[in-house]
Design a protein around this ligand. Structure first.
Ligand SMILES: C[S@@+](CC[C@H](N)C(=O)[O-])C[C@H]1O[C@@H](n2cnc3c(N)ncnc32)[C@H](O)[C@@H]1O
Length: 155
């Protein structure tokens, strides 16, 4: 179970608590973040790598999680393609990312943030297209406030 762009391990810990340290790998581009994961979850396997080119063989992962990170990736379609490539058939992909805020005032500030920090928000159809192209089918999607929470399975 790979936690992609795991940061300081907020969701890595949730996964490890539920499924056990030995079944979870934290992946991030930042050594500092991975050091924080090691402090929080001593002994957990971590890997420094780019989500755009996952260092795992084709159809080797049981599950992949990516929360609060797709919106800062330079090529989110490629990240999702990599997840689809790496997942075993029936493997699960859970995604938490941003959508354009529905309230105009909220969208105004979100847009400013996107411009300053070069982040993004996604329309569901975009995510859907990339997830399907990566060989996955969406089983669940909710979009509260300015978030998307998606669960998909590898075909
Ligand atoms: C906002 S944090 C989210 C961390 C964690 N998923 C969470 O929800 O707390 C985004 C993380 O993405 C990582 N990151 C950014 N670009 C990345 C890339 N191309 N490959 C892997 N990690 C990346 C950053 O180092 C950072 O730790």
């Amino acid at each position: 179970m790979l936690d992609i762009a795991c940061g300081a391990g907020r969701w890595t810990k949730v996964l490890a608590d539920k499924f056990g340290n030995r079944r979870v790998i934290g992946l991030d581009l930042s050594d500092a973040m991975l050091a924080a994961v090691q402090l929080a979850l001593p002994g957990i396997l971590t890997v420094r790598a780019n989500a755009l080119s996952l260092p795992f063989g084709t159809a080797t992962l049981g599950a992949a999680n990516c929360f609060a990170a797709l919106q800062i990736m330079p090529d989110p379609a490629k990240v999702i393609a990599e997840i689809g490539r790496s997942l075993k058939p029936d493997g699960t992909f859970t995604l938490g990312t941003l959508r354009p805020a529905p309230r105009p005032v909220q969208r105004y500030f979100q847009r400013r943030q996107e411009e300053v920090f070069r982040t993004r928000s996604f329309h569901f159809t975009e995510l859907e297209t990339w997830i399907h192209a990566a060989g996955m089918r969406i089983c669940h999607h909710i979009a509260p406030a300015c978030f998307h929470f998606v669960t998909a399975r590898r075909l």
